[in-house]
Design a protein around this ligand. Structure first.
Ligand code: GLN
Length: 487
């Protein structure tokens, strides 16, 4: 069952080949068998999953099943889940039981998807390696000595090692695309505003967006369908029609113009990755696409502006964790100030503190104009670069990450080199655009993802372009052999 696509799983469920309870138990068993090695899950919700699977079976029996009914899913541990710990992989929220569901969880639960559990991540989604977790690093199933990428590492590993058929993550600067790339699966970050952020614990509100990890573009399309749409509870969610993401998957790519930004292929890109991307582009040519060289001249400013804006927003968002309202509180505070200081000092990890300090500094009187305002202006320039590029082309392609999965511990003492991992992903978040990572080959015996970037609300086109590639290549079918046992 682990190798079946979502539509095959759905067909198997309606044909009675297996029940949702059997399917869910199967994945719970795989989690039990393998997750000690991988550390992809922070919390496994066995009983709740099986109860939901039982109701899904009843729904299927009564002929009322939708395309997702009975298929289990895993959620990054920053989506609030009613009655279940939602930790953000932080000591600060280790004891926090969410009192309600995030809108996307609510929608997918209503669609009949049992929740297997909550997945590991970098604390408060800050990181590119999943090493900044209070619950320990998550391991890459292709090589347990390497990182799976981050911050949504656990959700990516759950799908890559087949401990869940599909999962949700969030992407503030690359946290869906980069771990998808490093673990060899498909992952889509929708347009900012396409998917509700209500109940998704905020890191940087103007950048955060929830999305999907799946085995294929077709799987991602189905789950995105279930979670997209306007939400009155999220003031930044956009009231715009949601197309049928699966309807256009088969559209021909004849004449589609693909832009290759020259800034994405310069110094710093592993040449083995450049070769993989080049072969993928050759496939697209065979499919009838036209290749155009373009320029996104302000790409080099994405990292510096992101690492002002994201920490600034984080410093404000995380001020709510003060020991009064949520989660951790220090022992025996001597007064209120002592409680605030010790709670935050003890509850947050190093990277989170670094971001809060940087953000507070950038927002303080005297520095606001020099850093925050300047970064916002650069953000506009980056967005304008994309606008100009999309006058020439339909989509933009390039690598997701400059390197393949690196060794655990290799960058932990050097935050700047960790931040460089985001070079090709951050600019989309600054511009609010949708993007996807699609497995495109191997380099250094590790998976490599191809990035597909679209215009705002062009997820259907991105999925179509990814799907067509997956019809003529098999990279998305590869799974790490160490976790392949079992049918
Ligand atoms: N690596 C980036 C950061 O640390 C992006 C993380 C994310 O997308 N959540 O901020």
């Amino acid at each position: 069952m682990k190798d079946l696509s979502l539509s095959e799983l759905s067909a198997g469920l309606s044909a009675g080949d297996f029940s949702s309870v059997e399917l869910t138990q199967y994945f719970l068993d795989r989690i039990k068998q393998y997750d000690d090695d991988l550390n992809a899950y922070i919390t496994v919700t066995d009983d709740q999953a099986l109860a939901a699977a039982k109701s899904a079976d009843e729904q299927i029996a009564s002929g009322e099943a939708g395309p997702l009914t009975g298929i289990p899913i895993a959620y990054k541990d920053l989506f609030c889940t009613d009655g279940v710990r939602t930790s953000c992989a932080s000591k600060m929220l280790d004891n926090f039981i969410a009192p309600y569901n995030a809108t996307v969880v609510e929608k997918l639960t209503a669609a009949g998807m049992p929740m297997l559990g909550k997945t590991n991540m970098d604390e408060f989604a800050m990181g590119s390696s999943n090493e900044n977790s209070y619950y320990g690093a998550c391991k890459n199933p292709w090589d347990l000595e390497r990182v799976p990428g981050g911050s949504s590492g656990g959700s990516a590993v759950a799908v890559s090692a087949q401990l869940a058929p599909v999962s949700l993550g969030t992407d503030t600067g690359g946290s869906i695309r980069q771990p998808a790339s490093l673990t060899g699966i498909s992952g889509i970050k929708p347009t900012y505003g396409r998917v509700s952020r209500f109940g998704m614990i905020a890191y940087a509100s103007s950048l955060d967006q929830g999305g999907v990890f799946g085995k294929s573009a077709a799987d991602c399309a189905l789950v995105l369908q279930g979670m997209a749409g306007f939400d009155p509870k999220d003031s930044t969610s956009i009231e715009i029609d949601v197309p049928d993401f699966s309807a256009g998957l088969n559209d021909s790519l004849k004449g589609v113009k693909i832009g290759l930004p020259k800034e994405f292929f310069g110094e710093g890109l592993d040449s083995a990755i450049a070769d993989v991307i080049d072969s993928a582009i050759q496939e697209y040519k065979k499919l009838g696409a036209e290749i155009v060289e373009i320029s996104l001249p302000n790409t080099h400013l994405a990292i510096p502006s992101y690492y002002v804006i994201a920490p600034a927003e984080a410093s404000s968002n995380l001020s709510r964790f003060d020991g009064v309202r949520y989660g951790y509180r220090c022992e025996d505070p001597k007064d209120l100030t002592d409680m605030y200081m010790r709670t935050r000092g003890e509850g947050f990890g190093t990277e989170v503190k670094r971001r809060i300090m940087t953000g507070t500094y950038a927002l303080s009187a005297g520095y606001y104009d020099a850093y925050y305002l300047k970064a916002q202006k650069v953000r506009r320039l980056i967005s304008n670069d994309f606008k100009a590029a999309f006058e020439q082309v339909d989509v933009i392609m390039g690598p997701v990450s400059p390197e393949t999965a690196f060794k655990i511990g290799a960058k932990t003492d050097d935050p700047i080199s960790m931040y460089l991992a985001d070079i090709y992903t951050l600019s989309l978040n600054l511009a609010g655009l949708p993007g996807m990572s699609v497995p495109a080959g191997m380099a250094n015996n590790l998976p490599v993802g191809l990035q597909i970037i679209g215009q705002s609300f062009d997820e259907a086109k991105i999925l179509n372009i990814a799907y067509q590639y997956q019809q003529v290549t098999d990279w998305h079918k590869q799974a790490p052999t160490a976790f392949a046992e079992g049918k």
